[in-house]
Every structure is written in C-alpha cells, then in structure tokens.
Design a protein around this ligand. Structure first.
Ligand code: UGA
Length: 444
C-alpha cells in the first residue's frame, strides 16, 4: 500500500514527526489551526528551536515532500493516513485539556464524511487512558456518519521523542506502540511502520487504553528515577566526601538499573514530565486510587528548588542585595524551551528574598525576557553574567558552561562562590581556591 500521510498539529511532536517521515521520503501534508505557524513554515522557519530541524525542513521542501494544507479538509482528502498531534495542555486542576483533540476530531470527522476510501486515523498526542475509545471514536463516528473499524480505522500511537534529539528519536525509535481499535487498523499501522523502519524496530500491539497508559507509565518512571537519584543526592550531602555521581555511575552499571536518567540536580522540568505526572496522579485519584509513589516523585522534585536555595544561603547568608548569576534558563540544554523550567521558580524565589539576578542562556534569553521583563539583568555571555556577582548558580548544563575554569570565576566574580546544581564541574578542580558546593556532594 502506498501511504499518503497527513499530520494535524505542528507543535513539537507534530512537526518533528512530519520531518521524520519526509526524511524517509514519505510525502507528508501538515495542517494546523494556528495560521502563524503555517506561515513561518512556508518561509522555511521553525516555530521553535530544535537542532537541525530547519535543515530537515529545507530538504523536505526542496524534495517537494512537505506540503502545507490551507484547510484541514484538504489534508484529509489528499491522504490516507492521518496523525493527530495537537496539544493536550494541563487544566488548572491538573487534568488534560482535550479542547484541541475534540476540535481536530470533529473537523476530521466532517472531512471523512465525503471520503469514498478507507482512511486510518492515529492519535499521537498524549491523552489519558480511555480518551481515544470514549471521546475520539464517538466524535469521529458522529461527524463522519461512518463506522469505525469498517469505513475508517483508528489507532493510538504514543510518541517518545525528546526535545533536543527529536528528529533523531523519530528516525530511530527504540520501540513502536500501536494501540488499535480493531485488527484491520492495527495491521495497517504495523505495515506502515514496518515499511518506514524496514522492519528494524520492535512493535508492541495492544488496545487503545493500554497504549495511552504506556506513554504516561514511561514518563512517570523516568521522572521517578530522577527523584530517586535526587533523594540519594540529598543523603550524600550529609555524608563527608560522599558523591552522588560515583553512586550513580556504580548503580548504573547494574543493567537492571541502567545509567540513564540518573543525573542528580535541580530535578526535571519541561512540557512533559511535570504535566504528565500530574495528569496521571489526578487520573488515578479520579479512579479512587492514590498513587503514593508518583506523589512522592512530584514532591521530591518540587523540594529540589528549596534545597538548592538553601545551598546558596548556606554560603551567602542573607540574600538581600546579593547579586546572583544564573547560568542556564531552558529546561534542559539544546532547546530554548522554558516551559516548567527549573530556572523560573528559582529566580522568582531568589527575587522574593531580595537578591539581584543576572542571567545568561545561549538560546532561551528571548523567552526569559517575556517572563521576567526588567526584573532581572540579561547578560550576553557566561563570562559577562558571572562578572561582579556574589554567587553563580548552574541551572542548565549547556556545554559552553563546562568550559569555564576556576580562574574565570576567581577573576570575574566579587567572591568566587559556585553552586553546581547540575554537576557539570569536577569537584577536585573546583574546591581548591574557591567555594564550590554541588548537589549530591558531601563536605570535601
Ligand atoms: C521527555 C521524555 O524523555 C521523552 O521520552 C518523551 O517523549 C517526552 O518527555 C514527551 O513526553 O514528549 P523531554 O521532556 O524532551 O522528553 O526531556 P528529557 O530529556 O526527558 O528531560 C526532562 C527533564 O528531566 C529535564 O528537565 C532534564 O534536565 C531532567 N533530567 C533528565 C534530570 O534532571 N536528570 C536526568 O538524569 C535526566
């Protein structure tokens, strides 16, 4: 079968998934209700920063594989496989907002009404268990006046890409999860992925709700691993000369544990872990189950903020009128994304306690300016940021910060106090002529 793909929603997941398809020579038609995003893409520009993304976009356009539809109906009429990748943001109570899913589903249903041929609809967005079967399926049937499993197919196929490595993750997934409404839908999507990845990627087939839960279970596990190592890090700080990095390295060699996601520090941020964990907690409670472990994961993550501020206070005393340099603002390196970034609550608390804040980030300064306006000072480089400050705090582990050496801090700062909240420096080198404190490091 020849696949003509459409992707509805060109946020992170939608755009990176589309460019993964075009990179493998599959023509892909995209559509988004936000016309400003479509206009940027028409000009070859990405709505967000992601390494290499604009190059993939350029190639796709040059090869005439990337089609921008003006209307959703056009995207459905010209293709036979549609991925829904619209956003599912959090509501105030932590549940996910299905507004965009419902909107897209209704529009797709209407477009399917006049289609004569079989069309497979696939949910890529992260949605809580039951959403596809209880909300998407009835809406598609109602608006198309067609029968799911017969006239059109329906699958749930969660995405596991990470920001910063998104395109590569799409091109080389370690597994593919297919939640299927019926065998025909599952067979069709499996055939597509087998062709796309030349049969090299393990495929797990299951029902719609289990596929939805797998996505949450995956993110919740990784978040729990981070809170676990942060707990061990906080214990290390109570033990003279103990170091969480050595602990992580050692336990990571046990292949039942693995070394990944054992980097202790300020905790997790971003648009996925905090939102997904919260949604799973609320979902469980709505089903009358209190997920104690997940709540603890969240609590430990929140506590890392105060824990870090206490490290600063331990060396500086009162923060009133002290100038603190913040290196790194994005929720992780190689992105300009500041959603749920740890930098935001840290800066807010430091400001509340009377500190003056100077910040630098290689990519996220424009986003930071929108949040903090003139409350803080924006530096043009890491060295400019640390100059004349009382304390430097590493919030995001950008590679360029790793190049700073002890003499840089000693020469430029008022007093060389460095709080390494992402463990990017070698304590041996940094504890000699300056004050170096780090998460997970016992007194040296
Ligand atoms: C995460 C998952 O890793 C992806 O598999 C998933 O597809 C994605 O969410 C999603 O649901 O869309 P992402 O949010 O891009 O991807 O970022 P991660 O690399 O997972 O990092 C998340 C946060 O955890 C960052 O703030 C990072 O600094 C922190 N982290 C990560 C640690 O504090 N320690 C670690 O060892 C690893």
């Amino acid at each position: 079968m020849s696949w003509l793909i459409s992707v509805i929603g060109v946020g992170y997941v939608g755009l990176c998934t589309s460019l993964g398809f075009t990179a493998k020579s599959y023509k892909t038609t995209i559509y988004d209700n936000d016309k400003s995003k479509l206009n940027l893409l028409r000009n070859g520009l990405s709505p967000f920063f992601e390494p290499n993304l604009e190059k993939y976009l350029q190639d796709a356009k040059q090869n005439k594989l990337f089609v921008i539809a003006n209307r959703l109906k056009e995207a459905i009429n010209t293709t036979n496989l549609t991925f829904i990748a619209v956003g599912t943001p959090s509501k105030k109570n932590g549940t996910i907002n299905l507004k965009y899913i419902k909107q897209a589903t209704k529009q797709i249903g209407k477009a399917l009404k006049t289609k004569k041929t079989y069309h497979l609809i696939v949910i890529k967005s992260t949605v809580t268990p039951g959403t596809t079967v209880n909300i998407v399926k009835p809406l598609l049937q109602e608006y198309s006046n067609k029968k799911c499993g017969q006239d059109f197919g329906l699958c749930m196929n969660p995405e596991f890409l990470s920001e910063g490595t998104a395109i590569n993750d799409t091109l080389n997934p370690y597994q593919i999860i297919i939640g299927e409404n019926d065998k025909k839908s599952g067979d069709a999507l499996e055939a597509f992925y087998k062709q796309l990845h030349q049969n090299t990627v393990p495929i797990i087939r299951t029902n719609l709700s289990t596929a939805e839960l797998i996505k949450y279970a995956n993110n919740a596990f990784l978040a729990t691993k981070i809170s676990y190592i942060n707990t061990i890090a906080n214990i290390c700080e109570k033990i003279p000369r103990a170091d969480v990095q050595t602990v992580a390295k050692a336990i990571g060699l046990d292949n039942r544990i693995s070394p990944k996601f054992l980097r202790a520090g300020l905790g997790y941020g971003g648009s996925c872990f905090p939102k997904d964990l919260q949604a799973l907690i609320v979902f469980s409670k709505q089903k009358n189950y209190k997920p104690t472990l997940l709540e603890a994961t969240q609590k430990v993550n929140n506590q890392q903020i105060n824990h870090t501020i206490n490290l600063i206070k331990k060396t500086l005393g009162s923060l009133s009128n002290k100038t603190i340099a913040i290196l790194g603002l994005s929720f992780k390196p190689h992105t300009n994304d500041m959603r749920e970034a740890r930098s935001t609550p840290i800066i807010k608390q430091l400001l509340n306690q009377g500190a003056k804040i100077k910040v630098y980030d290689p990519k996220a300064l424009p986003n930071a300016k929108q949040i903090f306006k003139n409350q803080i000072t924006y530096a043009k480089s890491a060295k400019q940021c640390i100059t004349n400050t009382d304390c430097t705090l590493i919030v995001t582990e950008w590679p360029e910060f790793k190049k700073l050496q002890p003499p840089d801090f000693i020469k430029h700062m008022k007093q060389p106090i460095l709080i390494d909240a992402r463990r990017i420096y070698d304590p041996q080198k940094f504890t000699k002529n300056m004050k170096y404190l780090a998460i997970g490091l016992g007194k040296q």
